[in-house]
Design a protein around this ligand. Structure first.
Ligand SMILES: [Zn+2]
Length: 410
């Protein structure tokens, strides 16, 4: 039994509260305080008047809420500059050490634990080999061990932890039977175990959705309002951010781009269906096609190496992969009209082998105007978007309130 001596800060992560009339004024106050924190996150050393202007709240409300935030230790007041024309207004900033956020990214092979402060600065990171996990409880125990290892490594004196985000692989169940693939049960278990240990909010989602949030907060997605992240790993995953908000499906029903029937029509997918795109445009697809070509080592890294050396069979595999990826890109472009398509995941290490051809393939299928507007970006394979995303899902609940029905409370 692990004894919990971890400092925590409760109540900073906004979860939809009860919307009874009695709660509304509290909720309204609370969401307004979070809007102020977000303004300060984006602009350090601004005055109360600037905050009022930026949030649209009146001066009296703004000042009152800021007093509360200062008392709570979330906002810092700095010395005002004195100029020849008199004293300037007091500059304010977000106290980034008022709390920290813990992220856990459980990949098929590697697990990363990451602790960051409120300003997005890394405090510590651990990287572990993911053990063989075949039951939701094992998932939960592994998440718990990673959480404690990360906190332990960070040492004493860390800002109190205010929330935990956890990413799990997006595996599709086979005929709804295999408990390994039961994401909801795994997520519920992880949440239960971590909440019991830490007594703070725990948010769990599938990896590609978290990668999209990681991209929005820390990666190429920062520059766009609408974008899609395609995760090219063992499978083919999709996360979509529209107007700065992660959309679609959620943990229960994430968008399964890999299982739309645009692959080889006769190829049987592990999900049980025929013609899934994942059997072409993914690591699994590369392995299947390399076997068909009779390659001795059909795993993606070996096939990529062979393709770089000019091996014709390996080149054919990557051509088919690129064509499949092009169909995936065209589909996403036609459905969402994103400003950018961000390719991520392990297979981006071989991006030079397929991006050109994938773009060409996409142009055969996509609406020309939309495709022209969509930038194709290959994210840095070492950027750790998944781990960043597991922290970002918590930031998203601290600084944004789109997940709360604001109309009901403001
Ligand atoms: Zn499938």
């Amino acid at each position: 039994m692990i004894v919990n001596t971890v400092p925590v800060r409760k109540g900073l992560v906004v979860v939809p509260a009860s919307l009874t009339p009695a709660d509304r004024s509290t909720d309204k106050r609370r969401l307004r305080k979070h809007a102020i924190l977000n303004t300060l996150r984006k602009n350090a050393f601004i005055s109360r008047a600037d905050i009022a202007k930026s949030t649209g709240f009146n001066m009296r409300t703004t000042s009152m809420l800021i007093e509360e935030l200062v008392r709570q230790g979330l906002v810092l007041e700095h010395d005002a500059m004195v100029t020849a024309r008199g004293r300037r207004p007091t500059p304010l900033s977000l106290n980034v050490r008022a709390a920290s956020v813990l992220g856990i990214d459980i990949g098929r092979n590697r697990t990363i634990g990451r602790l960051m402060d409120l300003g997005g600065e890394l405090i510590t990171e651990v990287e572990l080999d993911t053990p063989a996990i075949d039951r939701p409880l094992k998932f939960a125990n592994w998440a718990r061990r990673t959480a404690h290892r990360t906190i332990e490594q960070a040492g004493p004196g860390i800002p109190p932890v205010c929330g935990i985000g956890a990413g799990i692989p997006d595996l599709v169940e086979r005929d709804g039977k295999n408990s390994l693939f039961d994401k909801q049960r795994a997520a519920a278990r992880i949440r239960g175990e971590l909440m019991r240990d830490f007594d703070i909010e725990v948010l769990v989602d599938v990896d590609v959705r978290l990668m999209s949030l990681g991209s929005l907060w820390f990666g190429a997605g920062k520059n766009y309002r609408h974008f899609a992240v395609l995760k090219l790993g063992a499978g083919l995953g999709l996360g979509v951010v529209m107007d700065g908000v992660l959309v679609g499906g959620g943990l229960e029903q994430p968008m399964e781009l890999g299982h739309i029937p645009m692959g080889d029509p006769e190829a049987r997918c592990y999900c049980g269906a025929l013609g899934c795109l994942e059997n072409v445009a993914s690591g699994i697809g590369i392995e299947r096609m390399a076997r068909e070509e009779g390659m001795p080592d059909p795993l993606a890294p070996a096939v990529a190496e062979a393709a770089r050396a000019g091996n014709p069979a390996a080149l054919r595999v990557f051509e088919r992969f690129a064509d499949g990826l092009g169909r995936a890109i065209a589909t996403v472009v036609n459905l969402y009209a994103p400003e950018a398509i961000i390719l991520s995941g392990r297979l981006t290490r071989a991006a030079e082998l397929y991006t050109h051809r994938a773009r060409e393939a996409a142009s055969r299928h996509a609406l020309a105007n939309r495709l022209r507007r969509a930038e194709l970006i290959v994210s840095d394979p070492n950027a750790r978007l998944g781990a960043l995303g597991s922290v970002s899902i918590v930031y998203d609940r601290i600084f944004h309130s789109h997940h709360v029905d604001v109309d009901e409370v403001i």
